[in-house]
Design a protein around this ligand. Structure first.
Ligand SMILES: Nc1ncnc2c1ncn2[C@@H]1O[C@H](COP(=O)(O)OP(=O)(O)O)[C@@H](O)[C@H]1O
Ligand SMILES: [Mg+2]
Length: 270
């Protein structure tokens, strides 16, 4: 479990009025799919950087499976347990070839050459990236590059995987393939997902949604509770997928349609 206790954070060491995060209290379970939502600048990325010890809380504390994110003796383990896939895969790629990219992190933690080769094949299969390990990274499409970024972190067996707007540079088809791949990989090899996005459609099946606003947790709850409150969503800069929004309008007009209707149900009531 990740335990975030009374955390406030400033990039400027706690100067008044320049807080990126304020009074955050949250536990994230090891098997959870949790989403961080909210407008730009609301603190989502800052909190992710605190979770794997890239930045340290100005106040309060964070532990990951009882390891402190600020104890130098614990940090190497924390960084392995909590991995981040960022928005732009190119900022994350370190190898010239697909195989080199995946092996980089594994060699760093001392994996033998033979095991690395097996691991590369295993993880390419896991993320359904059907390319040769000698393939040049520069020849991959955007969607393939993002799958490679996912493969390179999954090779390290994270317990908590943060996806910080990882799909925002992908077209809708590549985006939905990436999301499917992620969930398929998670079934085979469980890990918690901390999913940061502006696309609500990607988090309809999350266990919990956390809405951030101005560096604070504004609301937290199950998707079916949060995603029926359009005023709340609008105030956090979020837009419901069309079918959900339509269902809410129909409900307001007294039609007893469910909040998450199937296409058939929508068709029937329309
Ligand atoms: N490297 C940085 N240095 C100084 N301020 C930053 C830095 N990164 C983010 N901030 C500020 O911290 C606040 C939270 O930003 P961020 O965590 O990036 O939000 P989000 O990911 O929700 O868009 C914003 O006010 C932003 O301007
Ligand atoms: Mg961000």
């Amino acid at each position: 479990m990740i335990c975030i206790r009374d955390v406030s954070f400033s990039y400027f060491g706690g100067e008044a009025d320049r807080w990126a995060l304020r009074d955050i209290d949250l536990d994230i379970k090891q098997d959870e799919f949790i989403a961080f939502l909210g407008p730009n600048g609301s603190g989502k990325s800052s909190l992710s950087k605190l979770l794997n010890g890239i930045e340290w809380p100005t106040e309060g504390s964070i532990t990951v499976d009882e390891l402190s994110t600020t104890d130098p003796a614990d940090i190497p383990s924390v960084r392995r347990l909590v991995q981040i896939v960022f928005q732009n895969p190119e900022n994350q790629q370190v190898g010239v070839t697909v195989g080199e990219d995946i092996s980089f992190g594994l060699s760093n933690i001392g994996w033998p050459h033979h095991d690395i080769r097996n691991r590369i094949r295993w993880v390419l299969d896991l993320v359904q990236l059907n390319v040769d390990e000698d393939r040049l990274v520069s020849q991959l499409s955007g969607g393939e590059k993002q799958k490679l970024a996912l493969a390179s972190v999954l090779a390290l067996s994270p317990r908590y995987l943060i996806l910080d707007e990882s799909t925002s540079m992908l077209d809708p088809i590549a985006r939905s393939q990436f999301v499917d791949t992620l969930h398929a990989a998670r079934k085979e090899h469980p890990f918690a997902i901390i999913y940061i996005t502006h696309h609500l459609v990607e988090v309809l099946h999350a266990d919990r949604l956390v809405l951030f606003k101005e560096g604070r947790i504004h609301q937290i709850g199950k998707p079916d509770d949060i995603l029926t409150d359009e005023d709340l969503l609008t105030s956090c800069g979020l837009e419901l997928p069309f079918d959900r929004s339509l269902a809410l309008s129909l409900r307001k007009a007294g039609i007893p349609i469910s909040v998450s209707p199937s296409i058939e149900e929508l068709r029937k009531w329309l």
